[in-house]
Write a protein that binds this ligand. Structure first.
Ligand code: SAT
Ligand code: MN
Length: 591
């Protein structure tokens, strides 16, 4: 036992720097949470919503230029630049601390500093990690209370383990010109200043659970991945679990809680949601991969959430939810583009302005009521499909890993890698098209290995090496697949209906894992025989199924050129195994 000396002295040194009026330790109690909610309403950080229709729900609006993660202001601060790799922004730790200290200095004057001890993963699990976030934002505290296990029990655990990630956040003046999101993997520390947006400030999420945890995972021999985790239960009661990595806006949250389509209802499947964003996976004593979701809440995108895309999420966010940057409707409820039912006749938009449907800006473009990246923060425990294994310390066994992106051409609906090494190559060469919601040319393909491009806390070449090594250590590694729900026909229409229908593809994936069906050899991997995908109750347009699985060799050779360019960025650091796989792919395509 120790008396948390290190923690207390760090809290004091941060208080000396930031000069808050007071220091308040978050204990995780309902009373303290209620008090903070009341204060946050009084200070107008949040608005109380219609408590009859949305009990325990609040609305928050961020600053107008603080609505998404700012990747260009996000840095990995390792002593050697090489350790951050060619993909990350890098700053030497000394420079970063100096620069940020000047901004943090006195930044909490007039506000309280909250000390949030939190556990990512069940408290006390070997899989879990502890962090302590210092923040001057009540909104951050209230979000962290949903997204992580926070409070006194974590301090008790910390007395045993001592190790924790030091997370310092101040909203300061929300000045984008002095905004910095800094990661110090060598010090197990994160500093974030001048932002109030989720991914920048809920430091347990992407900053700790992916960037810092990824660094620790490499050192300690496990995985910290940008993946959903879900269980698929057969009528026999047997449940198989899968993990899947997709970039933002590719439907991870919807897939994690899909509802079986009408045509497959007779089969009696049931879906169990373990997580929608992050998976921590370890090789257990049985030589297979086990996964936990370190988070205890969802931080999901609101626009487009409706009864078709995600009925389970609609049920989840009916209570205890913080909405950010959505439209406030006249009855004090919330609305967003792509919601069910009637559009409110008026409202207050995400910028706090009066809004009416059909309003346009000076360029004639529709003014949105909710920001395209508007979010809800909501506890997993409220989700109707929440897994009963969420609190289990060793999580769930993973049978299959799926990588995927948004590709209107090229990649088939699904294919299976030949083996682990080829699977790592498939993950490393993943790419996705930009959507209209992202800055840049729409449709432009950006390489996004394992959907980790913005989240890898060290040199990505070493990350690939780690993946290869983990495969060699497993007795029974999961099979690796690639999925693309977004392929279109020659008129730009989606060939596959997606959403619940994706279960048909998951079914094939599990059949492959259990050696129940054969598959067809192709240059890029194994693809399904047409009759092995259960299409009961689903009618696709003529030849759609064939088009979904077409492999155009010319296009794939062009893709390989882009892969080569990407791989070359890593110079001699890129594992030789990946070049071998690259050459083997070329050989198969040219055959
Ligand atoms: O902003 S977050 O990083 O929390 C969510 C996302 O962009 O995927
Ligand atoms: Mn994500």
């Amino acid at each position: 036992m120790n008396d948390l000396k290190e923690l207390k002295s760090w809290v004091n040194s941060c208080a000396k720097l930031c000069q808050p009026d007071s220091i308040i330790w978050i204990d995780g109690s309902a009373e303290q949470k209620a008090r903070l909610e009341k204060e946050a309403v009084e200070s107008q950080e949040i608005t109380l919503l219609n408590q009859e229709k949305l009990p325990g729900c609040f609305l928050h609006r961020t600053a107008i230029n603080d609505v998404a993660r700012t990747e260009h202001l996000t840095f990995i601060c390792t002593r050697k630049k090489h350790d951050a790799g060619p993909i990350n922004n890098w700053m030497p730790p000394k420079v970063a601390y100096k620069k940020a200290s000047a901004i943090f200095k006195g930044s909490m004057k007039g506000r309280a500093m909250y000390v949030i001890p939190f556990s990512m993963g069940p408290v006390g699990s070997e899989f879990s990690k502890i962090g302590v976030e210092l923040t001057d934002s009540r909104y951050v505290v209230l979000n962290m209370l949903i997204m992580s296990r926070a409070g006194e029990e974590v301090l008790k655990q910390l007395q045993k383990t001592q190790e924790f990630t030091k997370c310092l956040h101040s909203k300061a003046d929300l000045d984008i010109n002095r905004r910095l999101i800094l990661h110090f993997p060598e010090d197990n520390a994160i500093w974030s200043v001048n932002s109030g947006y989720g991914g920048n400030v809920l430091l347990g999420k992407k900053c700790l659970s992916l960037r810092i945890a990824g660094y620790l995972a490499k050192r300690e021999g496990w995985f910290a991945e940008h993946m959903l985790i879900m269980g698929i239960e057969e009528p026999s009661g047997h449940i198989e679990y899968i993990a899947a990595a997709f970039p933002s806006a590719c439907g991870k949250t919807n897939l994690a809680m899909l509802v079986p389509p009408e045509g497959l209802k007779r089969k009696g499947y049931r879906i169990w949601t373990v997580g929608d964003d992050i998976a921590w996976m370890r090789i257990d004593s049985d030589g297979t991969l086990w996964a936990i979701n370190p988070e205890s809440g969802f931080f999901g995108v609101a626009p487009g959430t409706n009864a078709k895309s995600n009925p389970s999420m609609l049920a989840t966010i009916k209570k205890d939810t913080i909405f950010t940057n959505v439209l406030l409707a006249p009855d004090n409820t919330v609305w967003w583009e792509g919601a069910d039912g009637r559009t409110p006749e008026s409202g207050v938009d995400w910028q706090g302005r009066t809004w009416k449907p059909g309003m346009t800006d000076e360029n004639g473009k529709p003014i949105k009521g909710a920001h395209p990246n508007a979010r809800f923060t909501t506890p997993i425990s409220n989700c109707p499909s929440a897994s009963f294994r969420l609190e289990q310390h060793h999580g769930v066994p993973i049978s299959a890993i799926i990588f995927g992106g948004r590709r209107s051409h090229l990649t088939p609906l699904v294919f299976e890698s030949f083996n682990w090494q080829h699977g790592v190559f498939v993950g490393a060469t993943m790419a996705s098209e930009r959507t209209a919601a992202q800055v840049g040319k729409v449709g432009e393909v950006r390489r996004d290995p394992m959907a980790m491009l913005p989240f890898c806390g060290y040199n990505m070449a070493d990350y690939f090496r780690h993946w290869l090594k983990m495969g060699r250590r497993m007795l029974n590694p999961p099979k690796i697949f690639h999925a693309n729900w977004f392929r279109t026909d020659e008129h730009g229409k989606f060939l596959w209906p997606g959403y619940g229908e994706n279960l048909r593809i998951l079914e094939w994936i599990l059949d492959r894992c259990n050696n129940k069906v054969e598959a067809v050899d192709s240059p890029i991997g194994y693809i399904p025989r047409a009759h092995d995908i259960d299409m009961t109750g689903l009618r696709l347009p003529a030849r759609a199924q064939e088009k979904l699985f077409t492999i155009n060799k010319t296009d794939w050779l062009e893709e390989a050129e882009d892969v080569k360019k990407f791989f070359k960025r890593f110079g001699k650091d890129l594992p030789q195994e990946l070049w071998k796989e690259y050459k083997a792919l070329l050989r198969r395509l040219k055959k």
